[in-house]
Design a protein around this ligand. Structure first.
Ligand code: SF4
Length: 456
């Protein structure tokens, strides 16, 4: 008996109206994640309680930590007449009971369909005296009938820039860094690079110290991590910007450029050798710095590992699915390892994604805006040695008896993703280690007795 026994092999029919096992989640989850990267912010879901519960629980299950968020609690009345009254009441209650520095509102399918005007409702909240002095309200439009959780992240990042960054006539020396959707540990690793290289910076959003906060025995409503509002404000005076992962950060980067005159590079997430090189080259271009010996050493260690272990990686077939900003550099990195990426599916649509993935790996089966049912069919028709993707891939991995690397969002059934970075050269080493372990475990499991090797 197989778990996904209704997935057929053989001919693959084009489907337009039906998605089976989507390779994406909905926009507000991304907005919620980005909002929690601001210190003292409370995400607010402008819609029904059900949406908010789903978004909170997905983040909670990924991080095994409670995720705070409020909701406008739409009823039948608000669904028909609009949610302004609910939101105004919510704003007043939230500031008086939970005392956040910022309420970060994201919309939902329902409030977007009704057409609630966030700009007007926010103005009315201030006009009606519902916002205490010094407190802030930001928003992102995140209707989930278009886009994915990555689009929601991008929309909230744009909202952070638009509503929290301050214009400045004079420019400083610091860099405004917008990380794409990566784990808290990845943000910490990128900050380590900037510190080692001597680059002054402000990073936002920043979930380091938010989703991986230590247990202290004391309940703290707002974790000590997150980008501070006063620091984010200084991005308008930055010398330049650096945005990591185009799909999740381009809107924020464009807002920084258009509204505040802060220009910069949008590069891939620094996953793997070449993408990390490109991030560092961007920093060299902006700051004319010399790369620290310790960073060069880390790069050398990754190259050494790749050359030592090439025989286990070369030619191995891989299927991957997930978010485009991860898939692009990850595909490139797998190719650097000599692996053969056969099937690629992302739930997020866009010509840029298609063009980049085609350029990096022109011979793969590629579906941009696809689902996991299609990926499973491809795997049945052309089996692979390794599957990489979020937790939902475990059913395909089990049915096809394929080693499975959990990577991306969400990971609901394993630990470590919030603590051990996969960006940068050391992150690359971790990825190679994880892949090698899976492939070598498979060899140990399947090899004939007389071929068992102690040293591989
Ligand atoms: S898809 Fe729309 S209705 Fe469903 S949880 Fe997401 S925002 Fe709510």
């Amino acid at each position: 008996m197989t778990l996904l026994r209704h997935t057929p092999a053989g001919e693959i029919k084009e489907r337009e109206a039906l998605v089976i096992n989507p390779a994406k989640t909905c926009q507000p989850i991304g907005a919620m994640y980005a909002s929690l990267g601001i210190h003292g912010a409370l995400p607010h879901s402008h819609g029904s309680q059900g949406c908010c519960s789903y978004h909170r629980s997905t983040l909670t299950r990924h991080y095994k930590d409670p995720v705070m968020a409020s909701t406008s609690s739409f009823t039948e009345g608000s669904a028909v007449f609009g949610g302004q009254a609910n939101l105004l009441t919510a704003i007043q209650t939230i500031f008086s009971v939970y005392d956040p520095k910022v309420i970060a509102i994201h919309t939902t399918c329902l409030s977007e369909t009704i057409g609630d005007d966030m700009v007007q409702i926010r103005k009315k909240a201030f006009d009606d005296g519902k916002v205490p002095d010094g407190k802030l309200i930001i928003y992102g439009n995140t209707p989930s009938y278009v886009g994915t959780h990555v689009t929601g992240y991008a929309n909230m990042v744009k909202g952070i820039v638009r509503d929290l960054v301050k214009a400045s006539e004079t420019k400083g020396e610091h860099l405004a860094v917008i990380p794409g959707w990566v784990e808290p540990c990845d943000m910490r690793e990128i900050k380590r690079y900037l510190n080692v290289l001597g680059v002054p910076f402000v990073m936002f959003p920043d979930t380091d110290g938010v989703f991986d906060a230590p247990m202290t025995g004391k309940h703290v409503f707002y974790p000590k991590g997150g980008a501070k509002v006063e620091d984010i404000a200084t991005a308008g005076a930055a010398k330049a910007s650096l945005s990591l992962g185009r799909v999740a950060t381009l809107l924020g980067s464009e807002e920084l450029s258009k509204t505040f005159g802060v220009e910069g590079d949008v590069v891939d997430l620094p996953i793997g050798l070449a993408a990390t090189d490109r991030m560092i080259e961007s920093l060299i271009k902006t700051y004319g710095l010399t790369v620290a010996e310790s960073i060069n050493d880390e790069r050398g260690k990754l190259v050494d590992l790749l050359s030592d272990m090439e025989q286990y990686l070369w030619g191995k077939k891989v299927a991957i699915f997930g978010d485009p900003d991860q898939l692009i550099p990850l595909t490139e990195f797998l190719k650097t390892m000599g692996m053969d990426v056969r099937h690629i599916v992302t739930g997020t649509e866009g010509n840029y994604i298609r063009d980049r993935l085609t350029e990096i790996n022109p011979t793969a089966n590629l579906k941009v805006g696809g689902d996991m049912f299609l990926l499973h069919q491809w795997m049945k028709n052309e089996p692979v040695d390794l599957l990489i993707g979020n937790t939902y891939g475990k059913y395909m991995a089990r049915d096809e008896d394929v080693p499975f690397l959990r990577f991306g969002f969400p990971i609901l059934d394993r630990q470590g993703h919030q603590h051990f970075p996969t960006v940068g050269y050391m992150g690359g080493i971790r990825l190679v280690e994880q892949i090698l372990n899976l492939l070598m475990d498979r060899i140990d499991r399947d090899v004939e007795e007389h071929k068992m090797e102690l040293q591989m």
